[in-house]
Write a protein that binds this ligand. Structure first.
Ligand code: BDR
Ligand code: CA
Length: 324
């Protein structure tokens, strides 16, 4: 029987690949997609999601629009202002983005988001559900932070929460924080404490399975819309990152798609630590996933992936994205 999942996305180039992978995998039943702010403002992450599911011929998938900013972070003006992650880079006179406001290659759609908001959807759906559901949040955790605050009882209906976020030895928006967690640290801490099983897919794992331009070529050779579109996302990310980081960087971590892969087949993760993780809320540690490293640590509250198999990840993408 297919595993029921709910995706929570800020679509976004790598979110888009994650959505395609989930919708094309016969082992998953995507019951809904919730959208959130993050890579772009939430109206854009929502519109990109609506266009993508429509382009995949899956207008039947309900899309719920969620929160537009962090739960508490920006209330008193004392915290770091939002990172403009999506600053373009000019290369050879061309403006490059890692997440285009309107993802390229997707036709406009008449599909609209559902009338209910994402937070209400989580509470209503999970309370009514007879089965446990796996949640795959791959953007800031604001929707789930709100939902668990309103209705902590819904944790009993959650099979597992597989979060793309955090980092142990790798960070991307501050000296020690990854973007999804840094955007809404309080929401992430609420999710970390919710009581449902949590698996972190941090930067350590996603970077270890980064895809190259040659891998994008393999996706394009599948000859499907899904393969072509994912190839374009990989190429745009590599182009942007090599222009911004410089040197000979020729790959890009397709972070969110690894979280979906881990739900489909856990063996894509090759090193997973069972440990206690909490989120830094202030100062230099804001947004950090802090692993308790004492000799006698606090009781484990999660699993934290440190490496993944790039070969297995790519072969899963080729398998699912090759299907019409
Ligand atoms: C995460 O942040 C976003 O930019 C990506 O979509 C991914 O979810 C990586 O830090
Ligand atoms: Ca994302």
């Amino acid at each position: 029987m297919a595993k029921k999942v709910i995706l929570d996305v800020d679509t976004g180039s790598d979110d888009a690949v994650a959505i395609i992978e989930a919708l094309r995998c016969p082992d998953l039943e995507v019951v809904a997609i919730c959208t959130v702010w993050g890579n772009l403002d939430v109206p854009y992450t929502t519109e990109n999601t609506l266009r993508l599911v429509s382009s995949l011929g899956r207008k039947d998938i309900p899309v719920y629009m969620g929160c537009g900013t962090a739960m508490v972070k920006y209330l008193d003006g004392s915290r770091t202002p939002p990172v403009k992650e999506n600053q373009p880079i000019i290369k050879d006179g061309k403006e490059l983005h890692i997440h285009y406001q309107e993802l390229e290659g997707l036709a406009p759609t008449d599909k609209k988001a559902e009338k209910m908001d994402a937070v209400s959807f989580y509470v209503n759906y999970l309370r009514a559900s007879k089965e446990k559901v796996t949640l795959i949040p791959v953007g800031p955790l604001t929707n789930l932070g709100e939902a668990f605050s309103i209705a902590p009882d819904i944790a009993d209906k959650v099979e597992e929460i597989v979060i793309m976020g955090g980092g142990d030895e790798i960070a991307n928006v501050s000296c020690c924080a990854e973007a999804n967690i840094w955007h809404d640290p309080e929401a992430a801490e609420i999710v970390a404490r919710c009581g449902a099983p949590v698996l972190w897919i941090p930067l350590d794992a996603t970077h270890s399975a980064a895809l190259t331009i040659e891998d994008a070529k393999k996706l394009r050779e599948l000859g499907t819309f899904a393969g072509d579109f994912a190839a374009l996302m990989v190429e745009q990310r590599v182009e942007f990152e090599s222009a911004s980081i410089g040197g000979d960087k020729n790959n890009s971590a397709i972070h969110d798609a690894l979280a979906v892969a881990a739900v489909i087949d856990r063996s894509v993760l090759t090193d997973v630590l069972t440990c206690n993780v909490h989120i830094g809320l202030k100062g230099f540690s804001e947004g950090e996933t802090i692993i308790d490293r004492r000799c006698i640590p606090d009781k484990a509250n999660c699993q934290f992936a440190r490496r993944a198999s790039k070969e297995k990840f790519l072969s899963m993408l080729c398998d699912y994205l090759g299907r019409e």
